[in-house]
Design a protein around this ligand. Structure first.
Ligand code: 5GP
Ligand code: ZN
Length: 111
């Protein structure tokens, strides 16, 4: 079982921001900026390219709602929303995930 499957199964703890039957969102253990969040499908797909379209649609809807909530709550002024596909593109965990990385103009808001 991969590390994000273990997080989805609650075998590894995480700071969970959102959960339903198919999707989970939790804080990245290594925060690029304050509020850096990962959205994952609970079912294992290796990456964005492998994910089925129904799950992908739901993931994007959850990601959009959370992105709005994070921006409002943390007063972020922008956000990077991205998914790395395969090691060559920087993917280090081989379970599909979307990064939500809030951006701030003031440097002291970054971690
Ligand atoms: P990737 O490099 O695959 O695009 O992103 C994987 C992300 O998962 C990294 O930003 C890394 O910090 C995060 N990560 C790796 N292991 C864990 C973990 O056990 N818990 C949490 N919350 N994040 C993790
Ligand atoms: Zn997995």
């Amino acid at each position: 079982m991969c590390i994000f499957c273990k997080i989805a199964a609650k075998e590894i703890p995480s700071y969970c921001l959102y959960e339903d039957d198919e999707v989970m969102a939790f804080l990245d253990i290594s925060q690029v900026t304050k509020g850096h969040t990962l959205v994952i499908p609970k079912q294992h797909y290796d990456n964005f390219l492998e994910c089925d379209s129904k799950t992908l649609k739901h993931m994007m809807e959850v990601a959009q709602k959370l992105a709005n909530r994070i921006c409002k709550t943390l007063q972020a002024e922008g956000m990077n929303i991205l998914s790395n596909v395969n090691e060559v593109a920087g993917q280090s965990v081989p379970h599909f995930h979307i990064h939500l990385i809030p951006r701030y103009s003031k440097e002291d808001a970054c971690v």
